[in-house]
Design a binder for this molecule. Structure first.
Ligand SMILES: [Mn+2]
Length: 286
């Protein structure tokens, strides 16, 4: 696929159709030089999972498969082994054959350029990108000294991440790529920078839990190399537009320059500028 000038990466939508649509408008998604890439977890938790999948499919958006997407496909391949899942996930029953195919065809990761990838959860340290397993790419969170995956359940059983001798996966970097990922909910976007000039960008700010949905935009917007635009969920908006910037916690001066915010219809709009990541220049600089 030919590289487009403006690349926009959106993380865990989780059925939050309204916020997703708003964000699409915001990044001018119909423009021929804009490409939207999704970091997975389109479904579950939010109110309109089936509609989100249908929209992404109709727009033919490339999506890195998330653990929730993978979980659905595993269930579906087992011919819907249990029916009680409909109580928990009624939208499972609302997905059309085309929707199911779209989810099944999602990529384990998406290469944005030679230096940059989008993936749902992250990478396992010390393993080449091509050799990463689907489960690691979709589920990874904590890694112990033996470079083994440590589940959230195990950490909860042991007591803490430290007691489990584990670290969040990005702390084992660099990985040879700029990595934009979702999966782990942060109060504000998390950025880990490395000596080789690459960085990891965690962009899941928990829209389905009342946080915001973020679009990480590369190149071309406002003539700057990288920016992030966040649109509030309705729950977050009730925090009050006046305090939007502060209440969302976007105050990391070394990483972000707070570009300002304005009110849209029924939502607070926050525009943040990402300082260009160090190291290799994005190849599609204006
Ligand atoms: Mn998720």
């Amino acid at each position: 696929m030919k590289d487009k000038l403006k690349t926009v990466i959106i993380g865990d939508i989780h059925g939050c159709l309204e916020e997703f649509q708003e964000l699409l408008e915001l990044v001018d998604y119909k423009s021929p030089d804009v490409e939207i890439i999704l970091a997975g977890d389109l479904i579950d938790r939010g109110p309109e999972s089936a509609a989100v999948v249908a929209l992404c499919r109709k727009l033919n958006l490339r999506c890195a498969q998330g653990n929730h997407d993978l979980k659905f496909i595993k269930w579906w391949k087992n011919a819907g082994s249990t029916n009680d899942v409909y109580d928990k996930h009624p939208h499972y029953n609302q997905l059309s054959d085309e929707d199911v195919n779209y989810i099944a065809r999602m990529s384990p990761y998406i290469k944005i350029d030679d230096n940059t990838i989008a993936v749902h959860a992250g990478l396992k340290p010390g393993i080449p990108l091509e050799k990463q397993t689907k489960d690691d790419l979709c589920y990874i969170r904590y890694i112990d000294q033996q470079k083994k995956f440590v589940s959230l359940k195990k950490i909860n059983n042991i007591g803490s991440i430290e007691q489990a001798g584990a670290h969040f996966w990005t702390e084992w970097g660099p990985f040879g790529y700029n990595i934009i990922y979702g999966h782990q909910v942060w109060e504000e976007p998390r950025i880990d920078k490395f000596d080789d000039g690459t960085a990891c960008y965690g962009i899941d700010t928990g829209c389905c839990f009342g946080g915001v949905l973020i679009a990480s935009c590369r190149s071309g917007f406002f003539g700057l190399p990288w920016i992030a635009i966040a649109v509030s969920s309705s729950a977050c908006f009730t925090l009050g537009a006046g305090g939007a910037g502060a209440s969302l916690g976007f105050s990391v001066a070394s990483t972000f320059w707070f570009g300002g915010w304005s009110e849209g219809s029924g939502s607070a709009l926050v525009i943040l500028t990402w300082i260009a990541p160090p190291g290799p220049a994005p190849p599609h600089r204006l």
